[in-house]
Design a protein around this ligand. Structure first.
Ligand code: ADP
Ligand code: MG
Length: 321
């Protein structure tokens, strides 16, 4: 590497994230020292992105920096936590200054937007692999989990699932979308929006919450199973974006909303007795979420359409393979 490891860290990462007063000691020593606020629980998550596995090799570095943090922010959002500190373990074949600059810009812009400090990390040579660990805080006892749902709870989803899966297919050349739809869909894959503010506001309102990364139907099934119940989703209720419908038509758009991955939206279960309170506290028009189904006593995940149960295979990619 032309740059030494310490030059690289100083130049690109030392002031990459937000400056926070609760970072007693940040980048530069053997480990970071962080001040946890009293009455709060520490919430911790990590996610790894491997080139060619979790993102196409052609992905712009700024999008990678954004994404590596966004997927972790989404996990904390799902817990109802407020993010605070990140660690970045970066493995790359060589230290390309241009690449590092763009990567750090993508990471840093999102970090500062969420007041996340980059408190440390590791830098090694090898096949491009990005691991971010993210720490946040939640008032003791208020964290949202997958396990709190009960039969008859209303199930909601934020945003418009399916967009990111279509965006990935466009990036990979498996789907061609009309010119007015393609840029939006591509961006929904490249620059996912973690629903951090929504997750934090849902703590105390929702009974269970989870972020959707592997496909809405499968993930809703996981939330239901963790809660010891099942789930029923109404096909017609699935929110699909106009660009996704423009690219695929209504029917395939809804199928992709159920099975496509990389959405980083939240699904959450709410006691029906609190639905009105939810709508008052977080107007759906403003916060962009919609009820898509209910939890039910019978285990498993099923989708109904015009009152009948749909056969559903997890093959969202098939229609444009
Ligand atoms: P050590 O030899 O103790 O592992 P390093 O030389 O790896 O120390 O790291 C020096 C300092 O730089 C540490 O504070 C570490 O947390 C930080 N650091 C290393 N790589 C990164 C990175 N990619 N992003 C942020 N901080 C980093
Ligand atoms: Mg190290």
């Amino acid at each position: 590497m032309s740059l030494s490891e310490s030059e690289l860290i100083t130049r690109f990462f030392r002031s990459c994230g937000a400056q926070r007063r609760d970072v007693a000691l940040g980048i530069g020593d053997d480990a970071a020292l962080l001040e946890c606020a009293p009455g709060m629980q520490l919430v911790a998550t990590t996610d790894t992105l491997v080139a060619g596995v979790h993102f196409p090799e052609s992905t712009p570095p700024a999008a990678l920096g954004h994404r590596a943090l966004a997927v972790n922010l989404s996990d904390l959002a799902a817990m109802g936590a407020r993010p605070a500190w990140a660690l970045l373990a970066l493995t790359m074949p060589s230290a390309e200054e241009r690449w590092l600059e763009e990567f750090a810009a993508g990471f840093g812009t999102l970090a500062r937007a969420h007041d996340v400090a980059l408190a440390g990390g590791d830098t090694t040579r090898g096949p491009l692999t990005i691991t971010v660990a993210l720490l946040g805080q939640v008032p003791r006892g208020r964290a949202l989990t997958r396990a709190g749902g009960r039969a008859a709870d209303l199930l909601y989803v934020s945003g418009s699932p399916g967009d990111a899966a279509a965006g990935l297919a466009i990036v990979q050349g498996r789907l061609s979308a009309p010119p007015e739809a393609a840029p939006y869909l591509r961006e929904r894959f490249l620059l996912p929006t973690p629903r951090v503010a929504l997750g934090e506001r849902l703590a105390g309102l929702a009974r269970a919450c989870m972020d959707v990364s592997d496909g809405l139907l499968g993930d809703a099934g996981k939330l239901a199973a963790a809660s010891g119940v099942g789930v029923e989703i109404a096909f017609e209720a699935l929110p699909v974006s106009p660009p996704l419908v423009a690219a695929l038509g209504e029917n395939a758009a809804r199928e992709l909303a159920l099975t496509g991955g990389d959405d980083y939206e939240l699904i959450f279960a709410v006691d029906p007795a609190r639905a009105a309170q939810l709508e008052r506290a977080l107007p759906a028009q403003e916060w962009h979420y919609r009820q898509i189904g209910v939890l039910r006593g019978a285990p498993g995940a099923r989708v109904t359409r015009a009152g009948t149960v749909m056969e559903f295979s997890h093959s969202g990619y098939r229609h444009f393979a």
